[in-house]
Design a protein around this ligand. Structure first.
Ligand SMILES: NC(=O)c1ccc[n+]([C@@H]2O[C@H](COP(=O)([O-])OP(=O)(O)OC[C@H]3O[C@@H](n4cnc5c(N)ncnc54)[C@H](O)[C@@H]3O)[C@@H](O)[C@H]2O)c1
Length: 335
């Protein structure tokens, strides 16, 4: 199958996301001709080798959310400076969301911004994190608290490298894949992997094109995440991000149904998709619902009290002012 190219259009600029087996080998072609040097940022564990076709140096960062930090950004920028990376050169991030977020922020900050190319190596990275220009790192006070919008000049989603992805990391991406079914993706599970990834990228590209700076429509990408994040933040449940999102999708469907926004068939469709990816759709048995409600209230997307991204007659959109009794009714349906 030949590679699929999806353009992300942003007013006066556009960049390609190229999806397919072996597309990492197109790296030299997507780097600007006047970029003489490339700083390759990756993790040792990833083992995906790329050749940018010009002078380059590899900068390794650690794995795990603790490495997504200001200290790593400083380490990278100091490394770039010592090596002599200039403002016409390019940073290439080779990795999952952790690498593209961190290297992307270093690229946004170094010399007030140098070109960035993302080679996304996880399913979550390919369908979500590497596309759209959100970069950033965590602080001890919270996740993703410091960052910048910095669009890459190209993204390569090489589906071949997903073969080495640990099963639990693949599962993480499946939660996001399930989400795209309800953002206009339709029957994604009927498609081969490359086309499925490209279909998700197309949806993300269209949302980003209409709302680059996260003013409204981009909130739809948070579908399933309000409860998902709360389950993750509680930290007591043995759930991966994608699994929390999966439970969050079914919960959001039950809540939307309770509020009369969608019918029972649409709820059944949510359950069918989540089950098709073999993801959970019930709260863990020992769930403390009161704690989840408090955590959901702290969600970054919560602007006026409790805001939920819900499906409805106009598609998936943020809905404000949800009562505790409605939340509780939906909790009963996912116990
Ligand atoms: N910027 C955005 O829009 C956005 C969107 C969603 C998530 N994120 C961020 O993305 C991060 C999560 O990303 P992730 O799920 O990709 O996790 P990750 O980047 O931490 O990668 C998961 C693990 O897989 C390994 N790995 C990566 N590719 C591999 C490969 N091909 N073969 C073998 N091992 C490989 C990594 O070394 C790592 O240990 C979070 O920090 C999250 O905040 C950002």
């Amino acid at each position: 199958m030949s590679p699929i190219e999806v353009m992300v259009s942003l007013g006066d600029r556009a960049y390609p996301v190229i999806v397919g087996d072996g597309v990492r080998h197109q790296l030299p072609d997507v780097i600007a001709a006047d970029s003489k040097r490339v700083a390759l940022v990756t993790q040792r564990e990833i083992g995906v080798e790329v050749d940018p076709g010009r002078e380059h140096q590899v900068f390794f960062i650690e794995t795990g959310e603790a490495a997504k930090s200001m200290a790593t950004v400083e380490m990278l920028c100091r490394g770039f400076a010592r090596w002599g990376l200039t403002r016409v050169d390019t940073v290439v991030a080779v990795g999952g969301g952790l690498v593209t977020d961190t290297a992307g922020f270093a690229a946004a900050a170094y010399h007030r911004g140098v070109s960035l190319v993302n080679v996304a190596t996880t399913l979550l990275g390919q369908i979500d994190a590497a596309v759209g220009g959100k970069t950033g790192v965590n602080l001890p006070e919270g996740k993703n608290l410091v960052g910048a919008f910095w669009q890459p000049v190209a993204v390569l989603c090489d589906t071949e490298v997903l073969a080495t992805l640990p099963a639990r990391e693949y599962r993480n991406g499946l939660g996001e894949l399930a989400k795209y079914h309800f953002l206009g993706g339709g029957d994604l599970d009927a498609l081969p992997l490359e086309e499925r990834v490209a279909a998700c990228v197309r949806i993300k590209a269209s949302v980003v094109a209409s709302d680059e700076r996260d003013g409204g429509r981009r909130a739809s990408l948070n579908y399933g995440h309000t409860l998902g994040h709360a389950l993750e933040t509680a930290g007591r449940y043995d759930l991966r991000h994608g699994e929390g999102v999966a439970i969050g999708l079914v919960y959001a469907a039950e809540l939307a149904h309770h509020l009369g926004r969608i019918d029972a068939l649409r709820v059944a469709e949510h359950r069918r998709v989540v089950a098709a990816y073999d993801l959970p759709m019930k709260l863990p048995p020992d769930t403390d619902v009161d704690e989840l409600v408090v955590l959901m209230g702290r969600d970054k997307k919560a602007i006026n009290g409790l805001t939920f991204v819900l499906d409805g007659p106009n598609g998936v959109e943020p809905v404000t002012g949800i009562d505790r009794s409605d939340l509780d009714a939906a909790f009963e349906a996912v116990r």
